[in-house]
Design a protein around this ligand. Structure first.
Ligand SMILES: [Mg+2]
Ligand SMILES: [Zn+2]
Length: 209
């Protein structure tokens, strides 16, 4: 049985707060969560297209200080479409890591799926990137992880693995079809990563009843 989000979850011990209490790893989608999503059908092809959303650098610093592992998992089908290369993605991620460094923060690992639809096991909602992360960090378990994303594929990825699934409401003009189902399917919903993490960290330390 699942419960809706309760703003008094410090008081009622919901399944969400018991999942949050065990939280050790957060999987983050990239576009629309960390950086401003491009209009539908357009892609982030270079660092010039990568605009970090407000509060993101500070929020990742908070997760680092709380001892929570931060892993980015991103579908980058634009590589399969020939719009940019894996090297472009790597340099975007290196640039982001540098911005984080200036805030005393870091992402523990980045994974991305460079494939087109239906060609692999790593394009979300398929769970191959979770397996990749587990190869690099064997102590990761789905039961102590959460997935935070702005697309149905992110929420389904989290759900298939049995993680806490958290939906970020994107810019309404740039939201993909399926965002409404994603919001419905998620355990928790927030307007931004900063607010999601704020709540997860509060649930994590809330007194157990
Ligand atoms: Mg996204
Ligand atoms: Zn793939």
């Amino acid at each position: 049985m699942r419960y809706g989000y309760c703003y008094h979850s410090g008081v009622t011990d919901s399944p969400d707060s018991s999942s949050a209490r065990k939280l050790q790893t957060i999987f983050l989608d990239r576009d629309g969560v960390l950086n401003r999503k491009m209009p539908e059908g357009r892609y982030v092809t270079s660092q010039g297209d990568f605009h970090v959303l407000p509060g993101v650098l500070e929020t990742i610093a908070r997760l680092n200080r709380a001892g929570i592992r931060v892993i980015v998992v991103s579908n980058q089908r634009g590589i399969a479409l020939g719009l940019y290369s894996g090297a472009n993605v790597d340099s975007i991620h290196a640039g982001f890591q540098n911005m984080l460094k200036a805030h005393g923060a870091h992402v523990d690992a980045f994974y991305y799926c460079p494939h087109d639809k239906g060609q692999c096991d790593c394009r979300k909602p398929l769970t191959g990137m979770f397996d990749q992360a587990r190869r690099d960090f064997p102590e990761i378990s789905a039961a102590t992880s959460a997935m935070i994303g702005d697309s149905l594929s992110d929420i389904e990825f989290g759900r298939r693995l049995g993680m806490l699934a958290v939906f970020i409401e994107g810019d309404p003009e740039r939201q993909k079809p399926g965002a409404l189902s994603a919001a419905g399917l998620a355990d928790l919903r927030f307007p931004s990563l900063a607010e999601a993490v704020d709540s997860l960290l509060r649930l994590r330390t809330a007194p157990q009843l």
